[in-house]
Write a protein that binds this ligand. Structure first.
Ligand SMILES: [Zn+2]
Ligand SMILES: [Zn+2]
Length: 205
């Protein structure tokens, strides 16, 4: 029985029993290079699983990561300078509450193209794009974000969106109608969010 499983053709689709480690090692050795930053040797063939362009790089994985972290720290510093971490609800600022966690809220369920600020930093997006998204989002502390997240489901936007998509998928509304309706609720969602924040910031102690 075990033999049957081992020898089926199906099986070889999923793994290669004839894999030869020496060939792999040979390829690794052939790709040996000296890191242009730390002067240590590294294998170009061994790519970091995070960054696919590593093979053509002239720096080792450690230096590559060090540079990545450095750039992201620099971008975050620029972000905090442009839009300091301050909660729109409780008005607490990172400066006075260094232990607090803040978040740049940039979500709208009717607009799936809206990227998160963290995602933009990870992608090393252009500053102009990050800035544009920072202008559209609002800073909120973790505590207040939890409150906002408890309120949002009460508005049933999820269900509404699902309903609109259903209507479109079953040809009850045209693509044009679908786009217009989604656009209407995209604006409506932003207005409602602003309303929630205004109300909370006036009422919370
Ligand atoms: Zn290096
Ligand atoms: Zn807050």
């Amino acid at each position: 029985m075990l033999n049957d499983i081992q020898n089926t053709e199906e099986n070889t689709k999923y793994y290669d029993r004839s894999f030869i480690i020496h060939q792999f090692i040979q390829r690794m050795n052939d790709s040996k290079a000296t890191c242009s930053e730390c002067n240590r040797f590294f294998y170009r063939h061994i790519k970091s699983r995070w960054y696919s362009n590593q093979e053509s790089s002239s720096v080792c994985n450690d230096c590559f990561m060090k540079n990545q972290v450095k750039t992201s720290v620099e971008i975050w510093e620029k972000i905090y300078e442009y839009k300091p971490e301050e909660c729109v609800v409780c008005k607490k600022r990172k400066k006075e509450y260094p232990e607090k966690y803040y978040y740049y809220y940039n979500e709208n369920i009717f607009d799936s193209s809206r990227p998160s600020i963290t995602g933009l930093v990870q992608k090393r997006e252009d500053w102009e794009i990050i800035k544009k998204n920072l202008d559209e989002c609002f800073g909120v502390c973790l505590e207040c974000e939890n409150i906002v997240n408890q309120i949002l489901p009460c508005l049933k936007y999820d269900e509404l969106k699902y309903y609109i998509e259903e209507q479109f998928l079953s040809d009850k509304i045209t693509k044009e109608d679908y786009k217009n309706i989604m656009e209407f609720y995209r604006v409506d969602y932003d207005i409602k969010m602003k309303e929630i924040i205004d109300n909370l910031s006036k009422s919370l102690l």
